[in-house]
Design a protein around this ligand. Structure first.
Ligand SMILES: [Zn+2]
Length: 97
């Protein structure tokens, strides 16, 4: 989701993540970390192995993959990290003056 925001707003991924963190910090949105097991040998469709609110901090590793039962370290080779907004962004009435 940060990557889609970055592309849509012509910003880099780090700026998109920083913007999302700022919105979450001010409780404008509720953000969740999504942790995927990058090379899971399971045949099931890819789903996050762990979901945690941004406000609860960084996920604690190692995590356990529910699909293949392997322990997952916080290593970029083992995980794919994403984020999503829970709910919708608020709409503001911006009237032209
Ligand atoms: Zn797995």
């Amino acid at each position: 989701m940060p990557h889609e925001l970055a592309m849509a707003a012509s910003m880099d991924a780090e700026d998109a993540i920083a913007l999302l963190q700022l919105l979450a910090k001010d409780h404008v949105v509720s953000l969740q970390f999504l942790v995927y097991h990058r090379d899971c040998p399971s045949d099931v469709p890819r789903a996050p192995i762990y979901v945690q609110a941004f406000t609860d901090g960084w996920p604690l590793f190692p995590l356990q993959c529910d699909e293949c039962d392997e322990p997952i370290q916080a290593d970029e080779a083992e995980i794919q990290l994403s984020a999503r907004i829970e709910g919708r962004l608020p709409r503001f009435n911006v009237a032209a003056k």
